[in-house]
Design a protein around this ligand. Structure first.
Ligand code: SF4
Length: 379
């Protein structure tokens, strides 16, 4: 029996904003990383193939109903217009997700939660096949995975998953520096990152590796930058995506900051780290900064050819006067600016300058705590 709703997990990568979300497992089987709050307090659970299939059938039922409404409303079975109406007034989160997915073409699906590769390979293959058979508009299936699990899977298994339709895996690499991985309790070594990443690339599945800028703090930032670049140079992932460390209550790292064990970098220091990181990259990957936490979201390009262009953006920020840097930092953290060119937008610049006045304590200085607390809103 199908229902009007299905399970949804808490997150998906920014690039999967319009993907259908299918919850393959629940929560995180590791759940110990100090910088991550997403699944803390939640127990990991495998879901049965049958349960996941029921969710896929629930999606189909919602889709069929939208098609029927489309016919009845004179849209000839096209679901976009009906999906737009649902988006304005969704009966539940699941219908919202289906409507959003259909509105954007209905071609991508993302398997939640933190590490779908932990499922037995034949079961994951069965889920992906069923998903594509039941919802044939789907041409792209992606998921999160851990490097450690990818390192343990046999290459043939990853190839089977690729042949079944698994198009891309998103991995939280975070860092390639072993002492930092250990301190953060990431549960993986640089060598395992490399092995897992290479396995995925060899299997034909597209790979996206996420790096967490700022993770080294004031103590390990330099090694974090250089060693992470070295690891990525060996993997040659299709995509390297960066996010910037943001700390909030509920993360073990929050306590580490409070007791002085971990000292955060300023935005300027993170940018210097990013410069060192990019300088060290010598791989063929697409570099993407599509996360709101990144100060310079415009640093994007294809490596190696765009490296100088990317470094030039950093140089442009670093050459700003202290006042303009502060204005830009606050403008970004308030969500007013998208990129450095916005500094030339007079109305935006003036509104940020007024905010600087309001939020500064002495002599027009915004303290880092204010910037950090503004960043918390983004995660
Ligand atoms: S493996 Fe990923 S989801 Fe799990 S605790 Fe670490 S960062 Fe969070």
């Amino acid at each position: 029996m199908t229902t009007d709703s299905f399970e949804l997990g808490p997150i998906r990568p920014p690039s999967e904003a319009y993907s259908l979300l299918i919850r393959a497992t629940k929560n995180c089987p590791w759940n110990r990383c100090k910088f991550c709050h997403v699944y803390k307090g939640e127990k990991f659970e495998l879901r049965s193939v049958e349960e996941i299939k029921q969710d896929i059938l629930a999606v189909k039922a919602i889709q069929d109903r939208l098609k029927e409404t489309s016919w009845k409303s004179g849209y000839g079975g096209k679901v976009e217009a009906v999906a737009a109406a649902i988006l304005n007034n969704p009966p539940n989160e699941a219908s919202f997700n289906v409507a959003l997915w259909l509105y954007h073409g209905g071609t991508s699906a993302f398997l939640q939660d933190a590490n779908s590769l932990i499922m037995r390979t034949p079961e994951l293959v069965e889920v992906i096949r069923f998903l594509k058979q039941t919802l044939p508009s789907i041409t792209r299936v992606t998921s999160y995975a851990r490097s450690k699990t990818a390192a343990k899977k046999r290459l043939e298994e990853l190839v089977q998953l690729h042949e079944a339709g698994l198009s891309r895996l998103h991995i939280g690499l975070e860092s390639g520096y072993d002492p930092l991985l250990e301190y953060m309790d990431k549960g993986v070594t640089a060598a395992e990152h490399i092995k897992g990443g290479k396995n995925i690339v060899k299997s034909g599945i597209s790979l996206c590796e996420y790096v967490l800028l700022g993770l080294g703090g004031k103590k390990m930032w330099r090694e974090h930058a250089t060693e992470t670049a070295k690891v990525l140079n060996q993997i040659n992932a299709d995509f390297i995506r960066v996010r910037t460390l943001t700390i909030k209550e509920g993360m073990p790292l929050y306590e580490e900051v409070k007791n002085g064990n971990f000292v955060r970098q300023t935005d300027e220091e993170v940018i210097e780290e990013e410069r060192l990181f990019i300088e060290g990259l010598d791989c063929k990957s697409n570099f993407i900064s599509d996360h709101i936490t990144n100060l310079l979201q415009e640093i994007e390009g294809k490596l190696p050819e765009d490296k100088e262009k990317m470094l030039a953006i950093i140089a442009r920020f670093q050459a700003l006067s202290p006042e303009e840097k502060q204005n830009f930092k606050l403008g970004r953290r308030l969500g007013v600016y998208e990129g450095l060119d916005d500094l030339d937008n007079l109305p935006k610049h003036n509104s940020v300058a007024q905010a600087v006045q309001r939020l500064s304590h002495n002599g027009n200085q915004i303290d880092e705590e204010t910037i950090y607390s503004l960043m918390e809103r983004f995660i």
